[in-house]
Design a protein around this ligand. Structure first.
Ligand SMILES: Nc1ncnc2c1ncn2[C@@H]1O[C@H](COP(=O)(O)OP(=O)(O)OP(=O)(O)O)[C@@H](O)[C@H]1O
Length: 803
């Protein structure tokens, strides 16, 4: 038996050459089972830079290059490359497995002839001689970057990058170790060096101390993975086996290297079904997935920074504890919960997914969870806790949104309300944010209760009239044995509390929440009641800039204390730097965003190591041109139809470079099902569907609600047609390329929605509209196209004059 460690780069290289996969599989499974097998032809290389280097026969033409880092108790190989025979032997002579002298991170370095890189002259002395700073890293000398552990080649190249795109391209070179790329981009976004150390776990107390940087004043130590790492001065020396073993425990090493434990893991690596998020966690993601907390913990982060990934890893970590705990993993909608359940299976099929109250992980949308709680508490607890809402302890029938609106309209009329106060949107908000949030049951309570965060001021007489409406509304609910989901959450919270007070167990031991920014007070009461306060009780992943439903909430009002236990992720794994900049630019106009603690929420530090085309903005003369542009764009992406009349040169607005995310075929055509077309409203979505059909493109319309409680249609989709849906429905999803359709002044923000809101709530409604555009723009991985007719949306970061 032997152990195998491979790097992300190695895996990607295997992906490229499909024909090698079966041979590589045979070779590696044999190597794992019996490294002494003569058929493997494992051989050392004479005069190699690293005496541990070995090559092995993959087939007649190809050999694997690896390092034998330990013989006991079992041999341990670190794979470096699979290459043609001669190339493999040449590589094997030059490659060195070493640890970064500053950070202690494991690296594979190629010692070779110096190469002349574009940029400044080599640096001597203190690294500043002849230095002309420019670009995003102006103000840093190469030596300062080297002091962080970056290779000299990369450091020199980085400080001369004239702009952010050039820097992202330099950092995104596949030969640059991920931790160095991230350190570089973090520096460029203004992150102080000590924070970079912290983020990357470079001085993580749980691992060995980072070795001190040897004096390299006269040595240009370069080397960034295989290839770019070129020893221009003193050759890099191999690290000792002990150093390698210590480096393998470092979180920054684990961004890039993974130990393959089983045949099935190996199979997944080789057949391409290996999802990188399962294994190559960023040190911060790893920390938050594994951190043991003394109470509720909040993880914020921009779109695509991997909050969901952390939530999944954390749920697995919690569920696999020896005590077989009951873990709840929940999110805002049912379709997102279905996605979580599927992803959890991908992460670890051995994690039991069961019903609420069972050991394992219960993955549910938050409103299903509320119904589950009502279902598992004894009927007498339900009857006793229901008050005027749960007559006779029956589980109420959930009310549809339309019915709820109608009921509020009727209740307003019955109470004689007029003007803004009679609007269903206002009454619904007041009820959720004030009445349910405080679990008010009497008029006297409502007359006294503070209403922080509510835009509309109310006189005593107005409060009296609103309470009349609340009573009328509740009478209707009780008669129909129905309740809104907001009520069901509060009822479930009451029942869980009452059951616990009677000596029963809380329904869960740990609760992990994704998309927490959209939850309303009833949900928070429920979450608090699901699990007793204590270590690892609540973990909340959220992005306040993605709050597209509901009102601002401050958690401490619901007994959830996260002060001192809040962290933020900043490295984007989804979008290219160009799309990220555009999406964050949408937020620039709103400086008043607060998080779940009520503090200002920043967007600083958000970065991406991927590069792609700049977003394309297209102003059109009318709907017909918008549809024409969209159809042409899609045709350009999908390539020529396979027929004699195919015309592949019709790309209207750029086809995008792609970032190797797996949705482009060998000819650079995009898989149609990976493309999203997003509209502000369902009506517009249907118009676009028809318009595209008229132009010979059949899109799959993903309809249904994204609201909690609604199934919203499953997220399974065909691969042969683009997906067309509303921006709300796209929440939590991602696409290789996105067309944002109809981004004009009347639609974004939606005039129709603004008209239904009271004037005093207008600011918050506008903020949600802005967040919605941010959510939509941040769904695109590789390419983003924005089209509109007439005046552009004022939320777009680039003024239409520049189009
Ligand atoms: N460590 C990682 N390695 C590789 N890919 C990753 C990693 N972390 C996240 N990703 C990928 O980045 C994308 C975004 O991740 P995820 O959905 O978890 O982000 P998010 O912060 O929850 O996004 P949003 O808030 O927009 O829903 C996904 O495709 C995910 O697989």
């Amino acid at each position: 038996m032997s152990n195998i460690t491979m790097s992300r780069q190695f895996r990607r290289r295997l992906d490229i050459d499909g024909s090698l996969k079966q041979r590589a599989w045979d070779f590696l499974t044999k190597l794992m089972a019996d490294p002494a097998s003569p058929g493997l032809h494992i051989e050392p290389i004479r005069n190699s830079a690293d005496p541990r280097v070995r090559t092995g026969r993959v087939n007649d033409n190809f050999r694997a290059v690896m390092f034998l880092v330990a013989e006991t108790p079992e041999p341990h190989f670190v794979l470096a490359a699979v290459a043609k025979h001669d190339e493999a032997n040449a590589l094997a002579q030059r490659l060195v497995l070493t640890t970064n002298p500053v950070s202690g991170v494991l690296e594979v370095i190629e010692n070779a002839e110096p190469v002349v890189l574009p940029g400044p002259r080599p640096v001597h002395g203190n690294g500043t001689a002849g230095w002309v700073p420019q670009g995003p890293l102006a103000g840093f000398t190469p030596r300062e970057l080297e002091d962080l552990g970056l290779s000299a080649t990369l450091a020199r190249r980085a400080v001369t990058c004239p702009d952010e795109d050039a820097l992202v391209a330099a950092a995104g070179d596949e030969r640059v170790p991920p931790w160095q790329a991230d350190a570089l981009l973090a520096l460029a976004t203004g992150t102080p060096i000590h924070e970079i150390h912290e983020q990357l776990g470079l001085s993580d107390p749980e691992t060995e101390q980072a070795p001190a940087r040897p004096d390299q004043a006269d040595q240009t130590r370069i080397g960034v993975g295989v290839g770019i790492g070129i020893g221009a001065g003193v050759p890099t020396r191999p690290a000792s086996d002990a150093d390698v073993a210590a480096a393998l425990r470092r979180p920054s090493t684990l961004m890039d290297f993974v130990r393959i434990e089983t045949d099935s893991e190996l199979r997944r690596v080789l057949d391409g079904s290996f999802a990188e998020w399962r294994v190559f966690l960023h040190p911060e993601q790893r920390r938050y997935a594994y951190v043991r907390t003394s109470g509720a913990y909040r993880l914020s982060g921009g779109a695509g920074t991997g909050k969901t990934v952390v939530a999944l890893h954390r749920a697995r970590r919690l569920a696999t504890a020896p005590a077989a705990p009951r873990v709840v993993l929940t999110t805002f909608t049912r379709n997102l919960a279905d996605n979580l359940a599927q992803d959890l299976r991908t992460l670890d099929a051995s994690v039991w997914q069961g019903r609420l109250g069972q050991a394992g992980v219960t993955v549910r949308g938050i409103d299903q969870l509320a119904l589950d709680v009502l279902g598992i508490v004894p009927a007498d607890i339900r009857a006793a806790s229901g008050g005027d809402l749960l007559s006779a302890g029956a589980v109420p029938r959930p009310l549809s949104d339309t019915d709820e609106r109608t009921m509020w309209t009727d209740a307003a009329r019955a109470a004689g309300l007029t003007g803004d106060l009679a609007r269903p949107a206002f009454l619904r908000g007041e009820y959720r944010m004030v009445v349910l949030a405080n679990d008010l049951t009497t008029r006297a309570q409502y007359l006294r209760v503070p209403r922080p965060g509510r835009g509309t001021r109310l006189s005593r007489a107005q409060r009296m009239a609103i309470w009349d409406a609340v009573e009328a509304y509740r009478r209707q609910l009780s008669l129909g044995q129905t309740a809104s989901y907001a009520e069901i959450a509060v009822l479930a919270a009451r029942c869980a509390d009452a059951f616990a007070a009677a000596g029963g167990p809380r329904p869960a031991d740990h609760v992990v929440v994704d998309e927490a920014q959209d939850l309303h007070p009833g949900h928070w009461r429920l979450l608090r009641a699901l699990v007793a306060e204590g270590p690892d009780d609540l973990f909340l992943a959220e992005d306040s800039h993605q709050r597209i439903y509901g009102e601002k909430v401050v958690l401490s009002r619901y007994g959830i204390q996260v002060r001192g236990r809040s962290r933020r992720l900043t490295l984007n794994y989804r979008t290219t730097a160009q799309n990220l900049r555009f999406a964050v630019g949408i937020l620039a106009g709103d400086t008043d965003v607060t998080d779940l603690e009520g503090d200002a929420e920043a967007t600083s530090g958000y970065r991406s190591a991927m590069s792609g085309p700049a977003p394309v903005l297209r102003a059109c003369s009318g709907l017909t041109e918008e549809l024409d542009v969209t159809a042409e764009t899609l045709r350009g992406w999908f390539g020529p139809p396979s027929g004699p009349n195919g015309n592949g040169s019709s790309s209207a607005v750029g086809t995008g470079a792609g970032t190797g995310t797996g949705s482009d075929d060998a000819q650079g055509r995009v898989e149609a099902g990976s493309v999203g077309i997003l509209t502000r409203s369902a009506r517009e979505r249907d118009i676009v569907a028809q318009g595209l059909r008229d132009r010979g493109i059949s899109a799959q319309v993903i309809a249904g609600h994204a609201l909690p409680g609604h199934a919203g249609g499953r997220d399974t989709h065909r691969s042969d047609a683009p997906r067309l849906m509303t921006m709300h429905r796209a929440k939590g999803l991602e696409f290789s390329r996105v067309v944002l359709f109809g981004i004009d002044r009347k639609s974004v923000p939606s005039e129709r929605v603004l008209a239904t809101e009271p004037d005093d709530e207008r600011d918050d409604t506008l903020a949600r509209e802005r967040f919605l555009l941010y959510v939509a723009a941040s769904r695109a991985r590789d390419a983003l196209v924005v089209v509109w007719a007439g005046d552009a949306s004022p939320f777009l970061p680039v003024p239409p004059a520049g189009v």
